[in-house]
Design a protein around this ligand. Structure first.
Ligand SMILES: C=C(O[C@H]1C=CC=C(C(=O)O)[C@@H]1O)C(=O)O
Ligand SMILES: [Mg+2]
Length: 441
């Protein structure tokens, strides 16, 4: 269908780029054919490698790699969004994420905040794929920029099919142990503690060790196939390490001044039988402990949005059904005040009480004091930011993978009425999908 090699087509466009085009941000595009974006990403040598797809039906799929710019802070990202917005013309998409708690050391190769304007984008929308090359001429020498762009094109490799991840023998270790977990839940649900800190989301790291871990993109591709209604993300900043996930939770989506966010908290499992499953859902909606978990989230989001927006609307409680769990969700819509930026939203909203707690600082203090594992980018933020629109997920239901270890993370909101054993089982339900893909189900 496309007789020209897409890389060749981009090279030619680059060579004939007129002087007038060399200002601000430039995106060169060519149609291309691709089977699996993850299969393409998996064989590339250029870093970083990033995959992103929002949870909505028909959402655009992005596989991006290399960098034109890197941003290590929200302030620098926002300054660049503003600078490019002032120049006008086409605007880029920035991809990246943030750690759960920038105040703690985090994961070795994952900065507290890391967003990139990628060099190469492979995008698929309604079955049509486009390969793009991004360039910048406002902050650098044009000839150097063109040389670097050529080098990145030269490094691209043809897509190869992903081989399915094979079950392996993993050694499992949980931190905390169930015994420690019980002690923590008892502490958080003690009357005295609840008086000043009504909710703490405690988490567990499950370490699976083996001689050789599966290809993260093959794993994500399989995971995505069974995770309808979830975001899908993957990022490789270093060659032998990846962070992937299929989170059901949206931090926010902004289209111009329209904002959509949500309180997703309160969990039960799924039943095979349809009637039994509906009964579980009805019980969840009426359950005091689970309703309280959700209430803590929407109340804090509403109060954080108050100074930033008007016409804030809280939707009804409803059930979101996923493969292994069902959750209570309430959607929140708002109109942002003029000049409210993504930097402000990303400074105010995360970590929401779906992953942190209420009040935020005292819940974080409990987590910092007790959890020995580093949450890193688990329960942080991942997504796409641009001048016109942004969409970001909360990074739950995720896995950090290096050459010998897969680390799975799950948290549970502890409030008045939480029972240690039930909450421990909730953690297992939350990692059930990925565990079964690994042959550990
Ligand atoms: C913190 C997690 O889930 C949150 C999102 C939905 C339901 C939750 C709950 O019921 O506890 C959690 O707040 C996680 O999956 O690691
Ligand atoms: Mg819960």
């Amino acid at each position: 269908m496309y007789p020209t090699n897409p890389i060749e087509a981009l090279r030619r466009q680059l060579d004939t780029l007129g002087e007038s085009a060399k200002k601000g941000f430039v995106r060169l595009n060519t149609p291309c054919q691709v089977d699996s974006l993850m299969g393409w990403l998996s064989v590339q040598r250029v870093l970083p490698r990033i995959y992103w797809r929002a949870r909505d039906e028909g959402a655009v799929e992005y596989a991006v790699l290399g960098v034109v710019n890197v941003f290590g802070s929200l302030a620098s990202l926002q300054a660049d969004l503003a600078a490019l917005g002032d120049i006008g013309g086409e605007q880029p998409d920035f991809f990246g994420g943030m750690a759960f708690d920038p105040g703690t050391p985090g994961w070795a190769h994952f900065p507290a905040c890391h967003f990139v304007l990628p060099r190469i984008e492979l995008k698929r929308c309604q079955g049509e794929a486009t390969l793009s090359l991004n360039l910048r001429f406002d902050d650098r020498c044009p000839s150097t920029e063109i040389t670097q762009a050529h080098a990145c094109l030269d490094a691209l490799v043809a897509e190869r099919p992903l081989s399915p991840p094979l079950p392996k023998a993993y050694q499992r270790e949980d931190s905390p142990s169930q015994k420690e977990w019980t002690g923590w839940v008892d502490q958080v649900t003690h009357q005295e503690h609840l008086r000043h800190t009504p909710k703490v989301v405690l988490s567990r790291e499950t370490c699976l060790t083996t001689s050789e871990t599966p290809n993260p993109w093959a794993l994500l591709s399989r995971w995505q196939a069974g995770a309808a209604g979830c975001f899908n993300f993957g990022i490789q900043l270093t060659p032998d390490e990846a962070f992937i996930g299929c989170p059901p939770e949206r931090l926010y989506k902004r289209e111009g001044k329209h904002l959509i966010t949500e309180a997703l908290a309160g969990t039960t499992h799924r039943a095979r039988d349809v009637q039994q499953d509906a009964k579980l859902a009805a019980e969840l909606l009426g359950d005091r402990k689970n309703t309280l978990e959700n209430q803590c989230v929407y109340q804090q989001i509403l109060s954080q949005l108050e100074p930033l927006s008007h016409h804030v609307h809280l939707g009804d409680s409803h059930i979101v059904k996923l493969r292994s769990v069902q959750h209570i969700r309430r959607l929140i819509k708002a109109e942002l005040h003029r000049n409210v930026t993504d930097q402000q939203l990303l400074s105010a909203l995360p970590p929401t009480p779906a992953v942190g707690g209420v009040p935020r600082e005292s819940a974080l203090a409990f987590i910092r004091q007790h959890e020995r594992h580093q949450r890193g980018w688990y329960a942080g933020v991942f997504g796409r930011v641009s001048h016109a629109s942004s969409d970001l997920a909360v990074t739950i239901r995720c896995a950090h993978i290096d050459s010998e270890t897969i680390r799975l993370y799950a948290g549970a909101g502890i409030v008045a009425g939480s029972q240690p054993d039930e909450e421990w089982r909730e953690l297992d339900s939350k990692i059930a999908d990925i565990m079964s893909l690994l042959g550990m189900g």
